[in-house]
Design a protein around this ligand. Structure first.
Ligand SMILES: O=C(O)CCC(=O)C(=O)O
Length: 277
């Protein structure tokens, strides 16, 4: 498949290269949001019942619950992996060999301190890789906001625009970033940091190496969101080894490909020649 410099992204490509993220407003309809919210609640209830290898759970801290491999827990969350509001952007950024590497549901309650420290994603190796602006994306996440975070200090996803161009001095497996975290510890925003103000249904696409964190949630409202992590078919998934057979059986053909289910006859080159439809 050829690359077009502009493609469907147009000026969003410039935002991606300069700021390191794209904010897609109203990616989900109001009905999609309702469905996804029910999916998040269902996935959270499931985690008390289903503690298996494929729906593992972790309560990060007392203020947040995150369900890993949430797409396996709820059909409504599985639908988000190729939602038409975001899929064309993903194909444009990553290319057609899209691979779902993980999916998480978040429920974040109140807290006067930041809910998550500054970090990048994916461990020390990825942390040290800065891409040429002409490159295809390597790994990225889409965060779907399902509740109102249109005011600051509501548990907002917080980023330092342009930080995806900076190679951090320290590369640690936990990917924490000492410099902006010193500001967090003093109760200050790092210079140039931006709290993303999002309405229910908005989506934010960001790469593994954008410096990001989660602001305090002093608004007293629970924040609910879903993150889907993507890479290429030759990247290893992180939240599952293989998706459970009953979930694979419920997928569309496209979703099966996106979860790396190419069948027993797959040729090695299928993992990079495949064109997703
Ligand atoms: O909950 C959020 O807004 C961000 C979660 C996060 O830091 C991550 O997925 O790496």
């Amino acid at each position: 498949m050829g690359e077009s410099p502009e493609g469907i992204l147009g000026s969003l490509r410039e935002q991606w290269n300069q700021n390191g993220y794209i904010h897609i407003r109203k990616a989900l309809s109001a009905a999609d949001v309702e469905r996804a919210l029910a999916g998040v609640d269902f996935a959270v209830r499931q985690q008390d019942l289903v503690r298996t290898a494929h729906i593992s759970y972790r309560n990060d801290q007392e203020h947040s619950v995150r369900v890993r491999n949430a797409a396996a827990a709820s059909p409504a969350l599985l639908e988000l992996v190729d939602h038409p509001g975001v899929l064309p952007t993903l194909v444009e950024l990553l290319g057609p060999d899209l691979h779902v590497l993980g999916s998480e549901a978040f429920v974040r309650e109140g807290g006067d301190a930041p809910l998550e420290g500054w970090h990048t994603d994916g461990g020390a190796s990825l942390m040290g890789i800065v891409l040429d602006p002409a490159s295809r994306a390597l790994q990225l996440k889409v965060q779907y906001f399902l509740t109102d975070v249109s005011r600051p200090d509501s548990g907002n996803f917080t980023v330092i625009p342009g930080s995806h161009r900076i190679r951090p001095e320290r590369l640690d497996d936990d990917c924490y970033l000492p410099e902006p975290n010193d500001y967090w510890r003093r109760g200050e925003m790092p210079p140039n940091a931006v709290q993303i103000l999002a309405e229910p249904g908005d989506a934010v696409v960001f790469p593994y190496n954008l410096w990001h964190a989660v602001a305090p949630n002093s608004a007293g409202r629970t924040r609910r969101s879903v993150i889907i992590r993507y890479g290429h078919l030759w990247c290893r998934p992180l939240d599952f080894h293989r998706m459970p057979a009953e979930v694979v059986a419920s997928m569309t053909e496209r979703q099966r490909l996106m979860f790396g289910e190419l069948g027993d006859e797959a040729h090695p080159t299928d993992f990079y020649k495949l064109v997703m439809r």
